[in-house]
Write a protein that binds this ligand. Structure first.
Ligand SMILES: C[S@@+](CC[C@H](N)C(=O)[O-])C[C@H]1O[C@@H](n2cnc3c(N)ncnc32)[C@H](O)[C@@H]1O
Length: 280
């Protein structure tokens, strides 16, 4: 009886639970789950190995390990993802914001004057729109055609006290007025891309990833209409796929954009393109 209760207690020890998670997932992911799900710091997890967890917390961690082993992204398991300095809520209704998308924010901040009006097309969790509105004095409008994504975005706006106007729209359909900068990270994966059956992509919303048969269809639509919604000399900034640089540049040129510029991401892959609407 005594031994049994001693074992049961040991089972609840933080150190043991963390070690079990680490054995399955490795240190980085085990630590991410432990800190995120148990609300502890890295230091607490390492130094307070003897701390007794509640049964509910142990079960939470064990179930998270099982979900991760079945391939579910860490961000959906914890419901959280860092984007720049923002701790964003995410759910399977939104794309998990990517590290490379932070580049888009940098470019928009450089291109847009203080007080400028910015349109974020395909906002998802609101990562770009909220990062912009929290970093610079800008009037930000965020669009998505998915109501569930807009709900997640609204939650993130409240959490971060971000002043962003949300619009449910099929790209520009319900958008009014003109902007100094339009930014978009639209779906740009080709429908038959085998990567869709791999890793995190299997769990993310299909409509947030797939840009039509060639992958370029949404980019085409956005680049074709953007000038009608830009102020003279306003900027269009887009993210594109690793192999789409030439095609996207042609779309910018064909639609009369000037001063076209490009930036590579942290893996040296062409990722962001921006151009200026010709002043009219
Ligand atoms: C690649 S995700 C980007 C999400 C977010 N900007 C980010 O970087 O995390 C593309 C987003 O575009 C939205 N979207 C897809 N088709 C759309 C359309 N026709 N009109 C408006 N938004 C659309 C999707 O719902 C999704 O949230």
């Amino acid at each position: 009886m005594k031994t049994q209760s001693c074992d049961a207690t040991t089972e609840l020890e933080l150190g043991l639970c963390y070690d079990r998670a680490k054995a399955h997932l490795g240190m980085d992911e085990a630590m991410l789950l432990a800190t995120r799900l148990l609300g502890m710091s890295f230091t607490e997890v390492i130094t307070e190995r003897g701390r007794l967890l509640s049964l509910a917390d142990v079960e939470k961690l064990n179930s998270a390990v099982q979900r991760r082993l079945s391939g579910e992204p860490i961000a959906y398991i914890t419901g959280k993802k860092m984007f720049r300095t923002l701790d964003l809520r995410v759910s399977p209704d939104v794309l998990i914001p990517r590290f490379e998308t932070e580049l888009l924010v940098d470019v928009v901040l450089e291109a847009t004057p203080n007080g400028g009006r910015v349109l974020d097309l395909g906002t998802g969790s609101g990562a770009i729109a909220i990062a912009l509105s929290k970093t610079k004095e800008l009037q930000v409008v965020a669009v998505d055609n998915d109501e569930r994504a807009l709900q997640v975005c609204a939650e993130n706006c409240r959490k971060h006290e971000a002043n962003v106007e949300l619009v449910c729209s099929n790209w520009f359909e319900n958008v009014r007025g003109r902007f100094d900068t339009i930014v978009s990270n639209p779906p740009y994966v080709a429908a038959d891309d085998p990567h869709l059956d791999e890793g995190d992509l299997r769990f993310e919303p299909h409509d947030a990833l797939v840009g039509g048969p060639s992958g370029l269809e949404h980019l085409e639509e956005i680049i074709a209409s953007a000038s009608n919604f830009l102020n003279p000399d306003g900027w269009l900034v887009v993210e594109h796929g690793y192999d789409q640089q030439t095609s996207v540049k042609k779309l910018f040129v064909d639609r009369g954009f000037a001063n076209i510029q490009q930036r590579r991401d942290y893996t040296d892959t062409p990722r962001v393109m921006w151009g200026q609407a010709c002043g009219r």
